[in-house]
Ligand binder design. Structure first.
Ligand SMILES: Nc1nc2c(c(=O)[nH]1)N[C@H]1C(S)=C(S)[C@@H](COP(=O)(O)OP(=O)(O)OC[C@H]3O[C@@H](n4cnc5c(N)ncnc54)[C@H](O)[C@@H]3O)O[C@H]1N2
Ligand code: MOO
Length: 402
């Protein structure tokens, strides 16, 4: 086991020379989940003018403490007139503050009498006024490059009236399955066969990591056809991902095809699950190369491999730091375990208790037991040759999209 290589070394090899893909312009209505290729500079102040945070009355602080007549009414969207001296203005939330007014008193705090509206004394200057540009100042960076466009960022873009943004092209990923025993749902199962669980699982993960999974296929059981298929796919794919056939078993078409079409490194890693990993390149006609990642066939090994390798790879191709690195958190172990030569990525459920975060491990952590992943919130990373007692602090990789 002394020859096992580190996860970090494999990650370095995987990410070596990877740079962000080219940029493309998309409509903001289609931009959800995309990654900004360049900074977006604000063109407008938000809010565009001082406005009221409350339904109530705008006045001069100096006039508070007495009854004031109402000289105008301002709803959101109606332009204000300057405030007549010695009067107040009826105003609604979002209404523009009239020139001359310097505070807003909410309507619950006034008394409306025949002679006018009576205000409390000691109204703070500027109270309940949302200042122009408080949220965004024109000319400032609204969103920086590498930001993934999720709900609030999309709202922020719309707040500027922006309809198009420059984003990174989504990495084009081909997802291939190997193994004669693997059958797609919808087909009958012959004896010895199992359904392909890796394909929908990895497709979903890759899409969550920002990829465009433009094709899924099963590798044909023929060396020449495999070569031809991979060569064609590599012309369109940034990354070719396969599952299965990376261990020490009998001759495998994908491995041999990779050696013929480009380059292949077989890794034996000090990690569990996911000891075997294949990394390579497939040459294209124009001499550029598609990346190749061969994950193990065991579903849990594929699941963990996707988070540990494919997510950072998508992050690098998208120029998105939040995707490139999985967030970590510390949690107390609700279990005891020990490891040997391989670092263990244990699937855990996190409980957020008053005493802090507690990690509950799924009982059966075997790499073929996919039920261990269904409820997993995090991967607790247990160092090689170590022992964990209940209550010990664990370093966990949080399974979030980024
Ligand atoms: N003599 C040794 N045997 C194995 C070693 C080893 O070091 N020496 N390593 C083990 C480890 S660790 C792993 S992980 C697996 C990796 O195997 P492969 O990547 O070669 O994958 P396969 O043999 O093709 O399949 C493994 C397992 O997964 C099932 N599988 C494959 N594809 C799918 C799919 N799409 N959906 C669901 N299940 C799938 C397949 O039926 C096998 O049961 O090797 C160990 N062996
Ligand atoms: O390293 Mo493998 O993924 O344990 O079965």
């Amino acid at each position: 086991m002394a020859d096992l290589q580190s996860v970090e070394a494999a990650l370095d090899a995987l990410l070596d020379g990877v740079s962000p893909l080219d940029a493309e312009m998309v409509g903001t209505a289609q931009a959800a989940g995309r990654v900004l290729a360049e900074a977006v500079v604000a063109q407008l102040d938000v809010p565009p003018a001082d406005n009221s945070a409350m339904d109530g009355y705008a006045l001069r602080v100096a006039d508070a403490g007495r009854a004031l007549p109402v000289s105008q009414r301002i709803a959101a969207g109606s332009p204000p007139q300057p405030l007549e001296p010695g009067s107040c203005t009826r105003i609604f939330t979002g209404g523009e503050i009239p020139p001359g007014a310097d505070c807003v008193v909410m309507q619950e705090n006034v008394e409306v009498r025949d002679e006018g509206v009576v205000f409390p004394t000691n109204v703070p200057l500027g109270d309940n006024i949302r200042r122009r540009g408080r949220d965004v100042r024109a000319g400032s960076v609204l969103l920086g490059p590498g930001v993934r466009l999720e709900a609030a960022a999309l709202g922020h873009l719309a707040g500027q009236g922006i309809t198009e943004v420059m984003v990174r092209r989504r990495p084009r990923v081909a997802l291939l399955s190997t193994g004669d025993e693997i059958v797609d749902p919808g087909q009958p199962l012959a004896p010895g066969q199992i359904y392909n669980s890796n394909r929908p699982m990895l497709r979903r993960l890759l899409e969550r990591f920002g990829a465009d999974v433009f094709m899924v296929a099963t590798v044909p059981d023929d060396f020449d056809v495999t070569c031809q298929t991979l060569r064609q796919i590599a012309e369109q794919a940034d990354v070719v991902v396969t599952t299965g056939g990376v261990s020490v078993g009998e001759e495998d078409h994908v491995k041999r095809a990779l050696e013929r079409l480009g380059h292949l490194d077989l890794w034996r890693l000090a990690m569990r699950p996911g000891k075997p990993l294949a990394l390579g390149r497939i040459a294209r006609c124009d001499r550029s190369e598609a990346r190749f990642v061969g994950l193990p066939g065991n579903p849990v090994s594929g699941f963990v491999g996707a988070w540990v390798y494919l997510r950072p790879l998508m992050g690098a191709l998208l120029g998105c730091p939040a995707l490139a690195e999985l967030p970590r958190l510390s949690a107390r172990a609700a279990f005891a375990t020990r490891t040997q030569a391989r670092r263990h990525y244990m699937r855990v459920k996190l409980e957020f208790t008053a005493q802090g975060v507690v990690a509950q491990a799924f009982n059966d952590q075997n790499s073929a037991v996919l039920s261990s992943c269904v409820d997993a919130d995090a991967l607790a990373v247990i160092a090689e040759n170590s022992e964990i007692a209940e209550g010990d602090w664990l370093d966990c990789l949080w399974l979030v999209e980024g």
